[in-house]
Ligand binder design. Structure first.
Ligand code: FE2
Ligand code: FE2
Length: 143
């Protein structure tokens, strides 16, 4: 895969799958399945955020000379989402479906808006600006 937009968007879709599976399991009070799916989601989202923060955003910041722009907004949103995943994990451990589902609805909206900004603006911009996108992609971890 040679294109940043394609590679990163696929990682978003991958995270969406385990996120939805965890939510469905919680709504059925299937706690073992919910924990398994949440573990996958949490791991994959962590890998994806690290790919962005330590590789893609860094490359964008270097080539654009802009560290206070779109990538700083994305970094702040990652921290918000990490906090929500932590709260959801606690709700899951407490088998508190209502709390979990409330949090997951909020996270879904945050994540959709965040991913849309990346897929429609930041990834295409980075794709255009970087001299060697293949090198950046190969430096990142697959899910
Ligand atoms: Fe992101
Ligand atoms: Fe992303």
């Amino acid at each position: 895969m040679t294109y940043i937009v394609e590679y990163m968007t696929q990682q978003h879709r991958c995270c969406d799958e385990s996120f939805a599976a965890a939510e469905e399991a919680v709504s059925k009070q299937n706690w073992s399945e919910a924990s398994a799916q949440m573990a996958v989601f949490s791991r994959d989202l962590g890998i994806h955020f690290t790919n962005e923060e330590e590789h893609l955003f860094l490359a964008f910041e270097e080539v654009s000379g802009n560290t206070g722009g779109p990538t700083s907004v994305m970094r702040v949103e990652h921290q918000q989402m990490r906090g929500m995943v932590e709260s959801m994990t606690q709700a899951l451990q407490a088998k508190d479906a209502d709390n979990y589902l409330g949090l997951s609805e909020t996270l879904m909206i945050l994540m959709q808006q965040h991913n849309m900004k990346e897929e429609q603006i930041l990834y295409p911009m980075t794709q255009q600006m970087l001299p060697d996108t293949a090198a950046v992609i190969s430096s990142m971890n697959d899910l």
